[in-house]
Structure formats: C-alpha cells, structure tokens
Design a protein around this ligand. Structure first.
Ligand code: ZN
Length: 464
C-alpha cells in the first residue's frame, strides 16, 4: 500500500491551478507520489501527519535553464561578466571549463541541487555541455547519481559543441565532439535514463549548446533523433549570436531554427533577449517556450524580456537561474524576485508589467508546460506532490502576509524555505537535507574544487 501523508492545517495553499485557487486553513492528502485531495478537515487513517500550521504552501518551482558544472567557477572575479560581451566571455571561460573532471561535475551538481532544493525548486533542467578529455561521456551519468542522492526531479539536457575555432566557433578543440559522437551518447542516455511516464524522476533532453558553436547537421540530426525517440529539445537562442548567424547563414537565428525544424511544442530556447517583437508570434504559433534568465541579463547588461507583451502574444515563458558563471547562485526564489523587480522597473515605459503572482506562475506551471510535464506545476489532485512551505511565523515576515500569491516575488524570502517535498517525499526540512551528511559533502566538494579548479595550473594562471 502506498504511504499516505496528511499535510494538516496549512495557513494558505497557493495552488497555481487554472482557477488560481487559494485554500486557507486547509489540508493536503498525499498518497505515494501524488496529491489525492485538498480541502478542510481531511482525514486519512494511518497517514503520517505533517503539522503545517503557520505555513504557506506553494507548488515546487521548476528551473528551465542552468549549467550545474559552472557552480565551481562562481565568484571568480577575473571573469568579469558585466564588462564582457557574451562571445568574449565564452572565449575566456572555456579555458577554465577544459580542466573540469567528473568529480567537479558530481560535486558542483550536488551544490546546485542543494541550493535549488533549499529554495523551493523541485524539478530542475540542466544544460550540460562540458565534455572534456577528463570527463569523457560520463557527466550526465554523474549528475543522475547526484540527483538521486538528494531526491530531486532531474531533466538532463545533453549538450554539445561541434564547430571548431577554425570554422568560426569559440570552443577549444579539446572540448569538441563530432555530431555522431553526440548522437550516439544521446541514444545511450535516452535508453538508460529517459522515463516519459507520469511522476518520472528523470528525463533526457537533446540540447546542442548554441547554433553559433555547432555545425548545422548537429541540429538537423538532433531534430530527427529527438522526434523519433520522443524527447524534447533545447538550445541557447537570441543571446548575442544573431549577427554571427546572419553572417554565416544570411538569416536571423530564429529563422534558421524554423528552416531546419528546430522549433515546435517540444522545443524551448534560453534567453531570447535579441528576439524582436515581430518574432513573438512565430514562437507563439510554434508553441515554443522561452526560458527567461534574469540574472545573466542583468549582469551582462542585456535587454530584459517584456514578459507581459510576450505572454499576451501567447509565448510560453518559464524561469531559469542559468549557469552559476553568470549568476553566482542556484537560488531560484532569488531569480523569481529579481525577474519581478526587472519587469517592474520597465513598467512605465512598457505601459504595465507582469504581476508578482504572474511571475510565480512563470516559475511553476509555465515551467511544467515547458518541460512537457502535465503532472507538475500546480497543487491539485492527481498531480505530483512537489511542493514547498514557507514558515510565516517569523519576525521578518510579520506584516507581509496579506497576499500569499504575490508574496514570494514581491517581498522575497529571506533564507531557505521551511520544507521541500518532491514526489511525496520530504527532501529538506528545518534546515536539513534529509538522509545525507551535508557537512561531509560540502567538505568533499570544496576539496575537489581546490584540487581541480583552484590549484595553480596553466589554464587557471591565464586569469590571475
Ligand atoms: Zn545558458
């Protein structure tokens, strides 16, 4: 028999469902991985009871763009992102990426997952394109281990770069793959890990890194294989590469994607700050999602998406931290508030902005739709029990409890959430990741970072 959990007497339950329902002083019944009832005075014999009095409950946040491996190159002041253009940044930072090994992949993924979980994220997508001589083809396998250890739902984007510097990319030769190598490994990963069923804990996404650094056949072959296997596709788009793509192909990146079929309901792009307002309808008609990553846009000084206008045009927008090398954090609650603040900043010029609650839905239900997960993103019966709780009985939240829907993006949350549940299991509660020795993992991760990244070596010295 499936384990039953009764979350009892929550101060408010923000569902993010189609009716935007909020339940006050109510309960949630969970059986196995899914929610079976929400309402007042629920009873369930033999259920484990979680006392949620004084807590606001929210659907788990969904992260639709990240690069976990960058977590160990955070806060390197020699990589001065605000003072660089994206392509110059890529040129510099790849010299560090090429020394990364699988221990860095594993521990930096654990670090990113921990930060995500502690700040309410229950399902994370990662765009893993760091394949070095030391990593071989193992990075996604190591990330799957890390996700399992912490209990987070993980969608792995198998990335690649296939165009050499000689042919116009900015990728060091020792980090290049051939299209065939990439496809072969995608096939292996899909057959090993991809679970398309409801409540799936792991999926594979085919995600060539970016059009400017790949051969065209990498993208066309991806389209063919992804549609044959029934997996989704992802890439970076509209993040400063348009000029280069026009020079190479005589058209803008979105037109190029359209022409080769790398667009559709099963595709989403990261960033898109170069996308023109007349291109919104192309995205909307194709039902192609956009992952908005506010931190890199702000740090890089790039235009902030007009989420209200794009949403009104029918474009599906979700939220991403993006890699820690252009964010320095994997805190998606922080990205949620940042994204709202940046929308608000442009209100006068744009004649309105997305509300704080709209932004919460961008980070929850829209993320679920983007990843093709109809079983996630809102709190309602038959959906997965992916949720987090905020303790409202803290002094810093006194006077801010008028409106639980708008609170997270508008007021923000100071510090980690009170509890995070994924697939019906409590993975974080009262300051503790469940079932792991966090101090030991942190020490091991720091030791790996010191040995591989921080130790003096030729690649690192270039940045001193
Ligand atoms: Zn990215």
């Amino acid at each position: 028999m499936e384990q039953k959990i009764l979350i009892q007497n929550a101060r408010a339950i923000v569902t993010c469902d189609a009716k935007d329902q909020v339940y006050w002083d109510s309960d949630i019944l969970i059986e196995g991985p899914k929610i079976t009832a929400i309402g007042k005075g629920l009873e369930a014999e033999g259920a484990k009871v979680i006392d949620a009095s004084g807590k606001f409950v929210y659907p788990g946040l969904i992260n639709t763009h990240h690069h976990f491996f960058q977590t160990f190159v955070r806060n390197l002041i020699t990589i001065d992102y605000p003072n660089m253009m994206v392509m110059d940044w890529i040129d510099k930072i790849y010299r560090i990426f090429q020394i990364i090994d699988n221990d860095v992949i594993y521990y930096s993924s654990l670090t990113a997952f921990a930060d995500l979980i502690k700040h309410g994220c229950t399902c994370a997508f990662d765009h893993q394109y760091c394949y070095t001589k030391k990593t071989g083809k193992e990075p996604v396998d190591r990330q799957m281990e890390a996700a399992k250890l912490l209990g987070i739902r993980y969608h792995a984007g198998r990335g690649t770069n296939t165009l050499s510097r000689e042919e116009g990319s900015s990728i060091p030769d020792n980090m290049l793959e051939t299209t065939d190598e990439f496809l072969k490994d995608c096939e292996r990963l899909i057959s090993l890990y991809h679970d398309p069923n409801p409540f799936s804990m792991r999926q594979i996404v085919m995600a060539p890194c970016q059009p400017i650094n790949c051969r065209q056949d990498t993208f066309t072959e991806t389209v063919a294989m992804a549609r044959e296997k029934g997996v989704r596709m992802h890439t970076h788009l509209g993040e400063g590469e348009n000029e280069g793509i026009i020079a190479r192909y005589g058209k803008r990146t979105l037109d190029w994607c359209q022409d080769i079929g790398f667009i559709g309901e099963d595709v989403w792009y990261a960033h898109n700050w170069e996308v023109l307002s007349e291109e919104y309808k192309v995205l909307a008609q194709a039902k192609t999602g956009v992952s908005h990553c506010p931190s890199p846009a702000i740090l890089g000084g790039f235009p902030i998406l007009d989420i209200k206008a794009m949403s009104e045009a029918g474009v599906l927008i979700s939220l991403g931290c993006d890699g820690s090398a252009t964010n320095d954090s994997s805190n998606l609650l922080d990205s949620l508030r940042t994204s709202y603040m940046m929308q608000a900043y442009h209100t006068k010029a744009r004649g309105g902005c997305a509300s704080a609650y709209d932004m919460l839905k961008v980070a929850t239900i829209n993320g679920a739709k983007t990843l093709g997960r109809l079983d996630l993103g809102s709190l309602e019966p038959e959906k997965a029990a992916d949720l987090f709780m905020i303790d409202t009985e803290t002094l810093e939240l006194a006077g801010a409890l008028h409106d639980p829907c708008n609170m997270l993006a508008r007021v923000g949350q100071t510090g980690p959430v009170w509890m995070t549940m994924i697939n019906g299991k409590v993975v974080y509660k009262d300051g503790e990741l469940q079932g792991v020795d966090e101090k030991k993992l942190a020490a091991e991760g720091e030791a790996v970072c010191t040995k591989v990244i921080r130790q003096p070596n030729e690649a690192y010295k270039m940045f001193l």
